[in-house]
Design a protein. Structure first.
Length: 307
C-alpha cells in the first residue's frame, strides 16, 4: 500500500440554500480516499458504527478504498452544519464524536511502509498515534479543522512538527496563527516544521508556500455550487492521490523528495477534484467522474493561468 489515509467516516446532516440531506455519507477520510482513488488506491484508517448503511460501504469498495484499517464500534461519527449564501463558510450545528471517542487505530502491517500518508481532519492524538506506527517515514500531509484548533491545539502543534505539507483553510490559518494576513500565516506555518504549506481560499483557489517560493492557484469558475462540504478533504485527497500515483511516485526517489514543481501540479489536480465535489451533496457528483473529465478541467485551469 503506497498511500494511507486516516480520517473520519461520517453521517452528515447538511443544509445549503440549494437543498438539504440527512445522514448522507461524509467524513474527511471518505472524501479524501474517494478523491485520491482517481489517481491511486489507498488504505483508509478510521472507525464507523453499526448504523452505517451497506450502500455506503459498497461505494467505498467500488472506489478501491481498502477498509482493512477500519474498525466497527457503536454509533458512527455525525456532523451537522449549514451554509448561507457565502458558501465558503460552513457553520457547524453539532459534532457528535460517537465511535471516534473510543477509537484506537491499529495500522495494518502492509500499510506500515507506505510512502505517502494523509492525516485528514480528525483528532490530532489519533493522527500522532497512526504516525508513530508507521515503519518508514512517509511524506506526511496534514489537514485539520477549527474544532481541533480550539480543543486540542497542543497535540495539533506536535503533529504539525512532524508534517511535510500542512494544508488549512484561510479561516483556520487566521485562527491558529492569530494574524489576518495569509502570507504571514503561510510563513509561520513553515516555521513550525513543514517544508510546504497550503492555505485554501474556498472558491478563490489556494496558496502554496515553501521557503522563498510561492504559487497561487486559481479556483475553478464553477457556477453550480450545491454543497461545498468535503471540498477541502477532496482537494487534499486529490493532491496526495496524484503524488502517490505510479506516474509521479516512480519519478520520486523517495516520498520525501516531492519537488515544488510537482506540488504545483498536485495543487491543480486537487483543486480540480474539489470543484467536482462541490457540484452536488455528499459524494453524489464525485463518485461519477472519470479521468477524461479530470483532464478536461485540469486543462481549463492551465488556460486560466496563462497571461
Ligand atoms: P470539509 O468541508 O472539507 O471541512 O469536510 C467536511 C467533512 O468533515 C464532513 O463530511 C464531516 O463529516 C467531517 N467533519 C466535520 N467536523 C469534523 C471534525 N471535527 N473532525 C473530523 N471530521 C469532521
Amino acid at each position: 500500500m503506497n498511500l494511507v489515509i486516516i480520517g473520519t467516516i461520517g453521517l452528515d446532516d447538511i443544509k445549503t440554500p440549494f437543498g438539504e440531506v440527512e445522514s448522507a455519507l461524509g467524513g474527511s477520510g471518505v472524501y479524501a480516499s474517494c478523491a485520491a482513488s482517481f489517481f491511486s488506491p489507498s488504505g483508509l484508517i478510521s472507525v464507523m458504527g453499526n448504523d452505517i448503511p451497506e450502500e455506503y460501504l459498497k461505494l467505498l469498495n467500488k472506489r478501491k478504498v481498502s477498509l482493512e484499517g477500519v474498525s466497527k464500534l457503536g454509533k458512527t461519527f455525525r456532523w451537522s452544519g449549514f451554509y448561507e449564501f457565502d458558501m465558503n463558510e460552513a457553520k457547524t450545528l453539532k459534532t457528535e464524536l460517537n465511535s471516534l471517542a473510543g477509537f484506537k487505530p491499529d495500522v495494518p502491517t502492509d500499510y506500515k511502509k507506505a510512502k505517502f500518508i494523509f492525516l485528514a481532519n480528525i483528532d490530532p492524538d489519533l493522527q500522532l498515534e497512526v504516525l508513530s506506527q508507521m515503519e518508514e517515514k512517509p511524506f506526511v500531509v496534514l489537514d485539520t479543522k477549527n474544532y481541533w484548533i480550539t480543543s486540542k491545539k497542543d497535540s495539533l502543534l506536535k503533529v504539525i512538527g512532524k508534517t511535510d505539507l500542512f494544508i488549512l483553510n484561510e479561516g483556520e490559518a487566521r485562527q491558529l496563527f492569530e494574524t489576518p494576513n495569509l502570507i504571514k500565516a503561510g510563513k509561520i506555518a513553515l516555521k513550525l516544521g513543514p517544508k510546504y504549506a497550503i492555505i485554501k481560499k474556498g472558491e478563490h483557489g489556494a496558496l502554496l508556500f515553501s521557503d522563498g517560493k510561492y504559487f497561487s492557484a486559481p479556483g475553478y469558475p464553477l457556477e453550480e455550487v450545491k454543497d461545498p462540504t468535503g471540498a477541502g478533504d477532496s482537494f487534499a485527497g486529490g493532491l496526495i492521490g496524484y503524488l502517490a500515483s505510479k506516474q509521479v511516485s516512480n519519478k520520486l526517489v523517495s516520498g520525501k523528495r516531492v519537488s515544488f514543481e510537482e506540488l504545483r501540479r498536485a495543487v491543480v489536480y486537487g483543486s480540480t477534484i474539489a470543484s467536482f465535489c462541490a457540484e452536488d451533496f455528499s459524494l453524489n457528483y464525485l463518485k461519477n467522474i472519470n479521468s477524461k473529465k479530470i483532464e478536461e478541467r485540469y486543462n481549463i485551469f492551465q488556460k486560466i493561468r496563462e497571461f
